[in-house]
Each structure stands twice: as structure tokens, then as C-alpha cells.
Design a protein around this ligand. Structure first.
Ligand SMILES: Nc1ncnc2c1ncn2[C@@H]1O[C@H](COP(=O)(O)OP(=O)(O)O)[C@@H](O)[C@H]1O
Ligand SMILES: [Mg+2]
Length: 326
């Protein structure tokens, strides 16, 4: 299951991603955690010391390795140079599984112990000014998008991405790569306006979007969110003393998280899990092709000097059944 946490900066994406990841790990699920947020704080939120977090390998610096591994023996992708972030897999490509060892995880993932078990953590690496503009070819989140487009994930396997709700993810199609998107919103007009924008993009692509109200103080906050986002409001999370302690570098055992917040995490998992049965790999593949063609035409063909539409394997559909094949 591929799950994104998006929202305005400061809304609590990283905090809620990290709590959700801890919740999954405590339940024994297999988790790959990905930090694709502009401010790279997921490692710290999962309890890494500053020097440990700083030493995490950046996916953005290992794009060539990722591309060379994923393209495998796909004859339609002649070299890593012509592989852009939207290049879809086809016959001969290598796929990624949540539960396996592979060169991408070797190079980019590090285990983080969370009590219940270790999760794999991958980070895009710090963003620079260039990343926030239109640096399509070298985009930091491109590495994440390539991995998602080559991922065959099953039940009880989770990829959780802490991610910025921004124009980059809309242009590339990254926002369509998830089984469930949790939009974290504070009960403020700004929080809600990010939701409206996301909803508008999401509508045309059937993106499953739920709002998680955060830093909610009382009924008035809940009423505000309910009025503004309606049934899309899945759950709310209040100020957490557990989170406050963690921020002071003294994380209590996860079992001590407040009951109400634990119930909210449970609701998030149930909402994500409910999407398993309605996953549509045909549509998933079709959307990846759609965004590839769009990116090829708008900058990819020119940038690589190749006709990137030819990379599409018309008979290929990504699906869970491919997980068994190597
Ligand atoms: N439910 C919460 N309880 C207490 N503090 C919170 C909560 N949610 C977020 N925070 C705090 O708010 C700040 C911003 O949260 P963060 O998760 O870093 O936001 P984002 O990743 O969206 O930029 C952090 O200091 C975080 O600890
Ligand atoms: Mg963050």
C-alpha cells in the first residue's frame, strides 16, 4: 500500500507520517518510509540523532544507480540518460518489492529501529533553490516517483511518503501514485486552501484523498473543518504531549501515545487498508503513461534528445502478480 502525507508546511505532515510509521511497525507490518518533504525531518521524527539523519544517503544523488537498476534489460530504455522520472516500466524492467533486498535499498535505505521492528528509511536529500523551480530532469522527488512506478506492493506492506503538496507533484503525476493520500490540515483557512487545490487536481484522476485535521483543540475546530471539507474529513488529531516530549529528544515508549491519537492512527490504517480491494493496476499504469507523455512533450524529449514516447510498452500492466517474477 502506497500512502502519502501531504499538506502545508508546518501542518504536521512529518509528525503524522512518523506516528503512522511507528503505528505500522508496532503492529509488525513491513514499512518503507520515504522523506520527500522540502524540510527533511522524517529521520529525526523517527528518533534518529542529528548526525545519523545527516548521514542518510540521498536518493537524489543516486539517480543513475536507481535508473540503471530499474531499466534492467528493458530494450525500450537504451540508457539511464534517457530515463526520466516518469519513464514507465515495461518488459525487461526490474520491479521493486517492499519485502526484499535489492541494490536500490542497499544504496538508499537505512534501517531505523522502532521498538516493534525496524523500518527502512529513504530520503530524497535536502532541497536546493533549483529543486523548487522547474528542474524537471534532476528533480529530487523524481527518484521517489521512479521507485513508486516500479513498485509491486501487497497487503500489509506499506510505503509511506512524507511529501510536499506542490506544483512539482502535480506536474509529474506523483500525486496519482498513492492508494491513499492523507492531507494534513490545521483548522485554518490556509490549511483548507491547500486541501481545495489538491482536491481539484485529484478529482480528475480518481485520487483517494482524506483530510486529517491536526492541532485540533476542540469542537469549534472540528466544526470548522467539517464545514470546509465535508465528508473528506477522516479524523482529527489533537496537541500531543507524546510528540512534545519526542521533540525535546525524550521520546516515551510508543505504547504511551495518548489513546485518542492511537485511535486516530488506527483509523488512518483502516482507511488505507480499505483501498486494497479497489486498487486498479490498469488505471495506475495508464496514468503513469499519461504523465510520461505529458512530461516527454513538455520538456523530456527536448532535454534528452530522444522520442520518449517510444519508451512505453503498450502491452505492459504493472500488477501484484508480477511480484513473483524476477
Ligand atoms: N499533533 C501534534 N501535537 C504536538 N505537536 C505537533 C503536532 N503536530 C505537529 N506538531 C508540531 O508542529 C511542528 C510542525 O510539524 P511538522 O510535522 O514538522 O510539519 P510539516 O512536516 O507539515 O512541515 C513540529 O514542531 C511538530 O512537532
Ligand atoms: Mg515536514
Amino acid at each position: 500500500m502506497k500512502i502519502a502525507f501531504v499538506g502545508k508546511g508546518g501542518s504536521g505532515k512529518t509528525t503524522l507520517s512518523s506516528l503512522f510509521i511507528r503505528h505500522l511497525a508496532a503492529a509488525g507490518a513491513t514499512v518503507v518510509a520515504v522523506d520527500a518533504d522540502i524540510n527533511q525531518h522524517l529521520g529525526a521524527a523517527l528518533g534518529l540523532e542529528e548526525d545519523e539523519a545527516a548521514a542518510l544517503p540521498a536518493m537524489g544523488d543516486r539517480l543513475r544507480l536507481i535508473k540503471d537498476y530499474l531499466r534492467g534489460r528493458n530494450p525500450r530504455i537504451a540508457s539511464a540518460d534517457t530515463m526520466i522520472k516518469t519513464t514507465p516500466p515495461g518488459e525487461g524492467s526490474r520491479l521493486l518489492r517492499v519485502r526484499e533486498d535489492n541494490p536500490v535499498y542497499d544504496a538508499c535505505a537505512r534501517p531505523v529501529e522502532l521498538g516493534g521492528g525496524a523500518v527502512r528509511l529513504m530520503v530524497t536529500g535536502p532541497f536546493t533553490d533549483a529543486d523548487l523551480g522547474v528542474a524537471c530532469y534532476h528533480s529530487k522527488t523524481g527518484a521517489v516517483e521512479l521507485c513508486l512506478n516500479h513498485l509491486v506492493d501487497g497487503r500489509d506492506e506499506y510505503v509511506v511518503v512524507d511529501m510536499t503538496a506542490g506544483s512539482d507533484s502535480f506536474a509529474s503525476g506523483m500525486f496519482t501514485r498513492f492508494d491513499m493520500t492523507f492531507l494534513v490540515a490545521e483548522p485554518t483557512r490556509k490549511g483548507v486552501s491547500v486541501y481545495r487545490q489538491y482536491k481539484e487536481y485529484a478529482r480528475d484522476f480518481g485520487v483517494a484523498l482524506k483530510v486529517v485535521g491536526n492541532k485540533v483543540h476542540g469542537q469549534d475546530d472540528i466544526d470548522f473543518l467539517r464545514t470546509e471539507v465535508g465528508d473528506d474529513l477522516l479524523v482529527t488529531v489533537g496537541q500531543s504531549d507524546w510528540v512534545r516530549s519526542m521533540e525535546k529528544g525524550r521520546p516515551p515508549r510508543f505504547e504511551l501515545l495518548e489513546d485518542a491519537n492511537r485511535r486516530s492512527l488506527h483509523t488512518l490504517r483502516a482507511a488505507a487498508d480499505a483501498m486494497y480491494g479497489v486498487r486498479d493496476w490498469q488505471r495506475y499504469t495508464r496514468q503513469m503513461v499519461h504523465f510520461h507523455l505529458k512530461n516527454a512533450a513538455s520538456w523530456g524529449n527536448e532535454r534528452t534528445g530522444a522520442d520518449l514516447a517510444a519508451q512505453i510498452d503498450p502491452g505492459f500492466v504493472l500488477n501484484e502478480g508480477l511480484a513473483a517474477a524476477v
